[in-house]
Design a protein around this ligand. Sequence first.
Ligand SMILES: [Zn+2]
Length: 259
Amino acid sequence: MIFNVELILPAIILGSCIGSFLNVVIDRLSSGKSIVTPQSHCDKCKRFLTPLELIPVLSYIYLKGRCKTCHTKLSIQYPLSEIVTGLIFGYLMWFVINTGLSFVYWIYLCIIFSCLIVVIGTDLKKRIILDEIVFFGTVVSFLYILFFDPASLLSHIFSAFVFLGFFLFLFLITKGKGMGFGDVKFSFFMGLTLGYPQIIVGFYLAFLTGALVSLILVIGRVKSFKSTVPFGPYLALAMGISLLFGDVLWQTALRVLNL
Ligand SMILES: [Zn+2]
C-alpha cells in the first residue's frame, strides 16, 4: 500500500475548498439564486466575509462557529461539507494511486462525488434533487466514458435506460408516493455512470440501506411509516460505493452465492 502524502494532502486541501463551494451550490442553487453573485456573506447581518473567513474549516474553528459581528451561530453544514469533501478527495487520491488508476480518473471521480454531495445536501435540506446537478453529472460521465472507455459506452447507456425504466415503473405504480421524480432522473445518471454489473450492486445497496434506516427510524418512533424519507441520499451513497467497489462486491457476491 502506497501513501503519498505529497499527493494526498493537496487533494484534501483542494477538496475542502471545493466543499466550501458545494455549500454555496447547495444553498443558493436550491433557492434559485445565482452561485456567483453576491459574494459570500453572513445570512443574518449581510456583512461580506473577509478572505480570512473564507478559509475552509479553519475559519469556522477560529470564529468558534459564530459570525464575528452579529454572533449568529453558523450552520454546522459548512465545516461538515468541507471536511467530508476534503477527506473524500484525499481518499480518492489514495484509491487511484493504490489501484493503479490514472490522474484523469481521479478528477473524474472528484467531479462525480461532488455531484453526489450536492444531491445528498439538497435532498436532506429541501427534499429536492437539482436537475442542473444530475444533468451536469450525466454529461461528465458520458464524456469520460466516450473518451476514456469507449468500448463500454453502449453497455453503460443500456444500463442507464434499463435503470431509468425500472424507476419510472416504480414511480408510476407508487403514484409518486414512494419516491420523487428527482429520483427517477437521478437513476439515469446512476445507471450511466456505473454500468453493468456495478449498477446491480448500487441498486441493491440503495434499497438495502434505505429500508434498513427507515426500519430503524420507525422502530425508534422517529418517523411513522406514512412520512416520506428522502431516497436521494441512499441512491447517492450507494452510487459512490458502487463506483469504487462495485466490481469487487459483485465478484464477492458471485463467489459467496457459488454462481
Ligand atoms: Zn452576521
